[in-house]
Design a protein around this ligand. Structure first.
Ligand SMILES: C[S@@+](CC[C@H](N)C(=O)[O-])C[C@H]1O[C@@H](n2cnc3c(N)ncnc32)[C@H](O)[C@@H]1O
Length: 235
């Protein structure tokens, strides 16, 4: 059983409650683009040939499954929401990937693995939910081997007209209503725009990577800056 504080408990119960509809919602609300973004992250990752990969906040394991499509690495996925993990386990079973991907319930701010266990640590749309961003990033750093790579995919804010304005409109007005309608969870899709608005992106995010022990940081903006892939190497 994972020990949780209040914000963490809220995040966990929110994802537990939308778990069954999460995949559908994700692909529907992003119009399928989220799949391309995960593919891109994995492409960047496998250029370094990792043999062991930790997928933090794995949810229903889409990113972990994408790693298995592009490499033979052994993948471990962790998440605090057991309902998300349960769906992930079913998907992995139906794809017969049990030997390559293992999932378990665990907190990314207190990762239950020893120092220097993995060649790469990845996270898609997860860091925004951490209670303390730097604690999660520092934990990912700790479990990485020297020269190991971190890759983070997260929403960011487009800088320029008109994408910026369209994005704001979609996030503020369309997405919360659609999300509420489909997921039945009032909080989930108002939480999303709020948390994206407050979250560091671009250079601000890279600073967090640097201060938690990563070097050679990079930022790759996707789809006019709607999302960004950040990478870094453990010192
Ligand atoms: C938006 S989902 C992303 C899931 C998946 N990575 C993907 O790309 O679809 C965010 C996930 O982060 C998980 N999460 C939030 N805080 C966490 C924490 N402290 N430790 C582990 N998982 C966490 C949630 O339970 C949820 O499954």
């Amino acid at each position: 059983m994972v020990k949780v504080s209040t914000k963490k408990e809220n995040v966990r119960s929110m994802f537990n409650s939308i778990a069954k509809r999460y995949d559908f919602l994700n692909h529907f609300l992003s119009m399928g683009i989220d799949r391309l973004w995960r593919k891109k992250l994995v492409k960047m990752l496998i250029s370094r040939n990792p043999l062991t990969v930790l997928d933090v906040a794995t949810g229903t394991a889409d990113l972990a499954i994408e790693v298995s499509r592009q490499s033979k690495a052994a993948i471990t996925g962790i998440d605090i929401a057991e309902e998300m993990i349960n769906i992930g386990i079913k998907k992995i079973g139906s794809l017969k990937l049990e030997n390559q991907i293992k999932l378990q319930v665990a907190d990314s701010e207190n990762i239950p693995f020893s120092d220097k266990s993995f060649d790469a640590a990845i996270v898609a749309f997860g860091v925004r939910n951490f209670e303390t961003l730097d604690k999660g990033l520092a934990e990912m750093n700790r479990v990485l081997k020297s020269n190991g790579m971190i890759a983070v995919l997260e929403f960011s804010r487009p800088k320029h007209f008109p994408v910026r304005n369209l994005y704001m409109f979609y996030f503020r007005f369309i997405l919360p209503s659609l999300g509420r309608l489909i997921s039945g969870d009032k909080g989930a899709y108002t939480y999303l725009p709020d948390s994206v608005k407050q979250f560091p992106d671009g250079n601000d995010f890279l600073k967090h990577l640097t201060q938690t022990g990563f070097t050679q940081t990079t930022e790759t903006r996707l789809s006019f800056g709607i999302a960004t892939i950040y990478t870094g190497i453990k010192l």
